[in-house]
Design a protein around this ligand. Structure first.
Ligand SMILES: [Fe+2]
Ligand SMILES: [Fe+2]
Length: 368
């Protein structure tokens, strides 16, 4: 079946073409690798995994309750719109199905964007060590897109087209000729936000399949964000103030786009709800407020770390209420992401061992 049949809102059948700007660069210097980047590249090669074998696709998913989260986390919970549907379980189920589909569809489109941006980095970045690393990331992102696509097609059964805000930021990121822009737009902003969103869902979901998927994808994303930080920190330190300010403006604009991307507008309108009322309710919901500040927990410290910390950026973060996130320890978060994925592997191995033990005991019993 074509994916187009699963789109709840018709998606454009044609490809979306962003005209490439800037040069594809070759380098003949094969002998000047930076240790930190090579370590990341080695790790990128060592830690490849295969979603076909590592993820337990036999786990069942109820499309109307993919994540097993309480109704209270729905942005419109407790509003007039909610009161209109709350007595109708079928409608609440339909809403939950659409919200999960919308969220995972954006993850999927974002992963495709990440794959294309990393490929662009391979092409345009001047140094060979960065090209090597970005090549492993391109493969990581292909595996992520494959994984989310399978989850949506086989388990959720419904897709949403790309969110206009995400599309706009991807367009800005890919249509810029400066080689650092795919890093800044993708590695720092889009991935930073996605990583935080994955983390909230990974930690809140009660369902094993989405938990595995999110944890394994996050294990790779920790390397991607580290790569963006390493490459940009070195480069931005050499730029003029004017050049840095241009990047800061891009960050401010991108962060507002990213903030607005999480309000599920397409779902409200697709289901025939009052969009303004639902967006307003979402923005004011206590769960969403906490969610939004968590969403920026990965971006804000990273932007500060790479040296884009001028007054405009700080003012925008203060306006969004996320300036405090500058103090978050990114390294500790990423270490925890890696540990979580390994913990899930260990638990799965334990379950498999007990199953073998039970079978052996049964076999011994039968023989006796
Ligand atoms: Fe990814
Ligand atoms: Fe990534």
């Amino acid at each position: 079946m074509s994916t187009h049949e699963l789109y709840t809102i018709p998606a454009d059948m044609a490809t979306w073409d962003v005209e490439a700007q800037g040069a594809a660069r070759f380098t003949w210097e094969y002998d000047d690798p930076r240790d930190r980047l090579l370590t990341l590249y080695q790790k990128g090669k060592d830690k490849q995994w295969d979603s076909t074998t590592r993820i337990d696709w036999s786990l069942e998913v109820d499309p109307h309750d993919c994540l097993g989260m309480p109704d209270e986390v729905i942005g419109i919970h407790g509003t007039r719109q909610w009161d209109r549907i709350a007595g109708d379980r079928a409608e609440v189920d339909r809403l939950k199905h659409h919200l999960a589909s919308w969220q995972f569809s954006q993850f999927l489109h974002g992963e495709q964007g990440a794959m294309i941006c990393s490929a662009r980095i391979v092409e345009s970045v001047p140094d060979l060590d960065s090209k090597f690393y970005a090549a492993t990331q391109t493969m990581d992102e292909a595996r992520h897109a494959e994984t989310y696509a399978r989850f949506l097609q086989e388990k959720v059964g419904l897709l949403y087209p790309i969110n206009p805000y995400l599309k706009s930021l991807l367009d800005d990121t890919l249509s810029d000729s400066r080689w650092d822009m795919p890093y800044l737009g993708m590695q720092v902003l889009i991935e930073g936000l996605a990583l935080a969103a994955f983390g909230v869902l990974r930690d809140m979901t009660t369902k094993p399949l989405p938990k595995q998927i999110l944890a394994y994808v996050m294990q790779d994303e920790a390397r991607h964000v580290a790569f963006g930080r390493l490459a940009l920190k070195d480069y931005y330190a050499q730029l003029t103030t004017a050049e840095r300010e241009e990047r800061e403006e891009f960050v401010v604009e991108g962060c507002y786009l990213m903030r607005d991307r999480f309000r599920s507008q397409e779902v409200w309108s697709n289901l025939g709800y009052d969009v303004d009322e639902c967006v307003q309710a979402t923005v004011n919901s206590p769960y969403y407020k906490a969610y939004q500040s968590l969403l920026f927990s990965r971006i804000v410290p990273c932007v500060k770390d790479i040296g884009l910390w001028g007054p405009k950026v700080q003012k925008a973060y203060a306006d969004m209420g996320v300036l405090d996130m500058a103090g978050v320890d990114l390294n500790a978060l990423m270490k925890a992401d890696e540990d979580t994925a390994e913990q899930i592997d260990a638990e799965k191995a334990e379950v498999a061992r007990s199953a073998v033990q039970v079978e052996k005991t049964i076999a011994v019993g039968a023989t006796a």
